[in-house]
Design a binder for this molecule. Structure first.
Ligand code: DAK
Length: 261
């Protein structure tokens, strides 16, 4: 995998860590960075040695301070639409990677940064993290999925307030409304993200993937279709070697050794 200009992408054991690294713009997402996130995520999806991904920002101040305002300020409507469709496609890839992706949010997660975090499977925030959708202050609106993922995560009322006031919320408030799963001291952020990811990837990979798909599709489709998908996916799990291994290991009182088949 060739080197990246605006991020680092490292694999250690079964975990790939993608660190967005554009210090001159507080890790803001320009088009080149979006394309690099896409490439790194495609690699994580296709590399069987990668079982889960952590996404974070370089430096102690920002996860991602939004889309790069200098690059997009003069975009025409056509260019703006292409930009938003590209961002949406990249964040859809993050959400549907088939492997758990944890956002370790270490500072500002604004606009596109909040939207990137929301596309991840789970969000762990450092105490100094803050979240917001400031787009309407700039004369635009969220365009990388914020109007869709935020209400699904926190409910319509809180999502409307965050999007329409354009005010940032701190990590405690983000936790209170369900935008983040946990808040930890900044020094513990990466360790905690890794701990949770290791817990997830110790489980049967196919079952984890199918459970994520059932949650995601069910939220989009409605409960009846979600339940139908759940039962088909459950049946798929029932035919796997991992099901045999998981149930046998339980009965033999030993830890399971999953093969992902
Ligand atoms: N884009 C580009 N540069 C950014 C940036 C961003 N989003 N955020 C920060 N920077 C740059 C600053 O300009 C500054 O650069 P220099 O002046 O040093 O060259 C450097 O990063 C450090 O930032 P500050 O000096 O401002 O640092 P502070 O600690 O004082 O403040 C801050 C931190 C995060 C509160 C502040 O930087 C800030 O408010 N940043 C902007 C946050 C934001 O509004 N992000 C955008 C969210 S909206 C579109 C138009 C807009 C959008 C999409 C499409 N079209 C027309 C197509 C917007 C999408 C969004 O994501």
């Amino acid at each position: 995998m060739p080197d990246f200009e605006n991020l680092s992408y490292r694999k250690s054991g079964a975990i790939a860590t993608l660190t967005i690294d554009r210090p001159k713009a507080l890790n803001a997402l320009n088009q080149a960075t979006l394309a690099e996130i896409q490439r790194a995520m495609q690699d994580a999806a296709s590399d069987p040695s990668v079982h889960g991904v952590i996404v974070t920002g370089a430096g102690g101040k920002a996860f991602v301070a939004g889309a790069d305002i200098t690059e997009i300020a003069s975009a025409s409507p056509q260019e703006a639409q292409a930009f938003t469709r590209h961002g949406q496609a990249v964040f859809d890839l993050v959400e549907t990677l088939g492997k758990p992706v944890i956002a370790a949010v270490n500072g500002y997660a604004l606009g596109g940064g909040c939207e990137l975090a929301m596309a991840c499977t789970l969000r762990i925030a450092a105490e100094n993290a803050s979240f917001g959708q400031p787009e309407v202050k700039l004369g635009v609106m969220p365009g990388f999925g914020g109007t869709q993922r935020l209400p699904r995560l926190v409910g319509k009322g809180p999502a409307m307030q965050i999007i329409l006031t354009a005010e940032n919320i701190d990590a405690r408030e983000a936790h209170r409304i369900g935008l983040v799963n946990e808040v930890v001291e900044p020094a513990r952020l990466m360790t905690r993200a890794e701990e949770i990811l290791l817990r997830i990837i110790a489980n049967a990979p196919l079952a984890v993937r199918l459970a994520m798909e059932a949650v995601n599709h069910g939220l989009d489709a409605g409960q009846a279709q979600g339940l139908a998908l759940e039962s088909v996916s459950f049946a798929l799990c029932a035919g796997t070697e991992d099901k045999r291994e998981g149930t046998t290991a339980f009965l033999e009182r030993r830890p399971p050794r999953f093969s992902g088949r």
